[in-house]
Design a protein around this ligand. Structure first.
Ligand code: FES
Length: 146
């Protein structure tokens, strides 16, 4: 085997051995807590998760909601209700993170901060987060995309 054949053999082997890792990273199991939301009901509300799921994870993030991404958190002033926002930061589009201790959404990119209701608390964002009507019904969390 000459040098060229050897390098080709190593290159093919490297690609072949990394294929299962690449496939695993792309599989739906990698985003276990971000499964697609169920279809909307006749009243426009869409089941997006359960109260148990919200309590366990502290939030429910859906990347495939009707209007884009959706982040649902427990209302910090009334734990019997929930709040739903589009977590896409209005500054440059990063995904904001819920900070329960501070009762706010904070953008990891440039530090914008939003209230639990999506209002701007700190720039550079110049528009509030989009919000959605959300409610708890039984053990289900429902959000209306409108
Ligand atoms: S993208 Fe959020 S502060 Fe810049």
């Amino acid at each position: 085997m000459n040098r060229r054949d050897f390098l080709m053999w190593v290159g093919v082997g490297g690609v072949a051995s990394s294929l299962p890792i690449a496939l695993a990273a792309c599989s739906p199991k990698a985003e276990k807590s971000q499964s697609p939301a169920s279809p909307p009901r006749a009243d426009g509300f869409q089941p997006i998760g359960t109260v148990a799921e919200l309590k366990q994870n502290g939030q429910i993030l859906k990347k495939e909601f009707a209007t884009g991404s959706l982040l649902v958190v427990s209302n910090p002033t009334d734990s019997t209700t929930v709040l739903a926002v589009n977590p896409t930061c209005t500054h440059k589009g990063c995904t904001v993170e819920w900070k329960a201790d501070d009762k706010s959404f904070v953008c990891p990119c440039h530090g914008a901060k939003f209230s639990a209701e999506g209002k701007i608390l700190k720039e550079p964002a110049s528009k509030p987060l989009a919000t959605y009507e959300a409610k708890i019904q039984g053990d289900s969390i429902l959000v209306k995309a409108s």
